[in-house]
Design a protein around this ligand. Structure first.
Ligand code: NAG
Ligand code: NAG
Ligand code: NAG
Length: 386
């Protein structure tokens, strides 16, 4: 809920829409979550579709963005049953609303598809103003982690660089929402196969300052982007929000000891039986059910470590730590230890202390941009259009 509400800071939701919807959700009841957000999404979309509102492009844009956010929220907990037709239905609705939103931006967001070896990369390019001849801008590349969609990044991280005069490009790779849905490809550990084609694409453009190219990854993206950066020296700065050294340790470390032992022994049948029992017990915590339903076995997690490659990460690196992180506690410090002076470890606490600073986007992006300005030796300028 906080994640959805927090998107209000980046034109992605209205706060009281979300707070009020919470009243209709029963704790632990995934179905009530889906229904409550679907109702809110439908109501919001109906407002956006109103012809009167359409005459005001800013209103239409923000209302479509909110509707898209609520359809994504409605989808969030449906994945326990892959044949639920609402998974695709809600996704099509979110895509449609989001596309109407980005086409109404002062500089419309541009959906592009990049070719990679064995799959396609859906990406969205955003600019702070129309390209001006000979003006090259710092550019932020961004990707999410285990489950979030690139659309969410617009509200979570992208408006912040745009308003500072940066370009931004978001993208998804194997395992992430659209690539899994449309190409049926699960996660791959060698994420440079995703990032290098994105950098290649930027090299075809004339509005990029190649000395100021930074890559940001949220959540499990903290592993994915660190891995990619080790093989992509054209990136000049790296932001890990937060740092992940060894994903196996981080994910499996959240399981009870008996399950960890079965997992490590590769005993999938018994692991599944025990997980099945736990999932159907009345006491299964929602977070745990969700992690597992999302597919712990979907990829071989042992391969997702940067242990062997940290000496290849040469660019300045910002590592976010979060004092209330329920997923990756302790991992950011391990990344810092491995990178030494090349890295800055910053610990978010208090109201910004949750995983990826959920609910505190303004503070999160402020700290990240202060660091970027200092490593790129620049002062970001406020751009009025956003
Ligand atoms: C999954 O969804 C399908 C389609 O709605 C439904 O027929 C089926 O009963 C559901 N399965 C479970 C286990 O809920
Ligand atoms: C790390 O390097 C060691 C030694 O070269 C190798 O045996 C191991 O498989 C590597 N691990 C990963 C995850 O690449
Ligand atoms: C980072 O966060 C963890 C909790 O996730 C906390 O124990 C640790 O002290 C924090 N590190 C720093 C440097 O503040």
């Amino acid at each position: 809920m906080l994640l959805v509400a927090g998107l209000a800071a980046g034109h992605g939701a209205d706060l009281n829409d979300v707070l009020k919807t919470a009243l209709y959700i029963e704790p632990g009841n995934f179905e009530s979550f889906a229904e409550a957000f679907k109702d809110l999404a439908d109501q919001t979309k109906a407002k956006a579709d109103d012809t009167l509102l359409q005459s005001d492009a800013v209103n239409a844009r923000d209302t479509y963005f909110a509707a898209a956010t609520y359809y994504r929220a409605a989808d969030l907990f449906l994945h326990g049953n892959c044949s639920d037709p609402r998974i695709n239905e809600f996704w099509d609705l979110q895509t449609d609303c989001f596309n109407k939103g980005i086409s109404a931006l002062p500089v419309p967001g541009e959906r592009i598809t990049l070719k990679a070896n064995g799959f396609k990369i859906p990406a969205i390019y955003y600019g702070p103003s129309q390209p001006v001849p000979n003006v090259k801008r710092p550019t932020l590349l961004l990707c999410e982690g285990y489950d979030a969609a690139q659309e969410e990044l617009l509200h979570f991280n992208v408006f912040f660089p745009l308003s500072r005069g940066w370009n931004a490009i978001t993208f998804e790779g194997p395992g992430q929402p659209t690539v899994r849905r449309n190409q049926d490809i699960g996660f791959i550990p060698d994420w440079e196969r995703v990032v290098t084609p994105v950098v290649d694409y930027l090299y075809t453009r004339s509005d990029i300052d190649f000395e100021r190219l930074a890559l940001l990854g949220n959540s499990f993206g903290g592993y994915l982007t660190a891995r990619a950066a080790a093989f992509e020296p054209r990136l000049k700065a790296l932001i890990l929000n937060g740092g992940i050294y060894d994903s196996h340790q981080a994910f499996v470390g959240q399981l009870p000891a008996n399950l960890q032992a079965l997992y490590d022994a590769g005993d999938k049948d018994q692991f599944d039986d025990l997980i099945g029992e736990a999932l159907h017990s009345e006491n299964a915590p929602s977070q745990f059910r969700w992690d597992v339903e999302q597919g712990l076995w979907a990829f071989k997690i042992q391969a997702y470590t940067i242990a062997n490659i940290t000496d290849r990460i040469r660019m300045p690196t910002f590592i976010a730590n979060a004092t209330d992180d329920q997923f990756f506690a302790g991992q950011p410090q391990l990344v810092k230890n491995a990178l030494g002076d090349r890295a800055t470890l910053y610990s978010f606490d208090g109201a910004a202390g949750y995983h990826t600073q959920v609910g505190a986007s303004v503070e999160s992006n402020r700290v990240i941009h202060m660091w970027l300005d200092s490593v790129f030796n620049m002062t970001s300028q406020a751009v009025a259009v956003y």
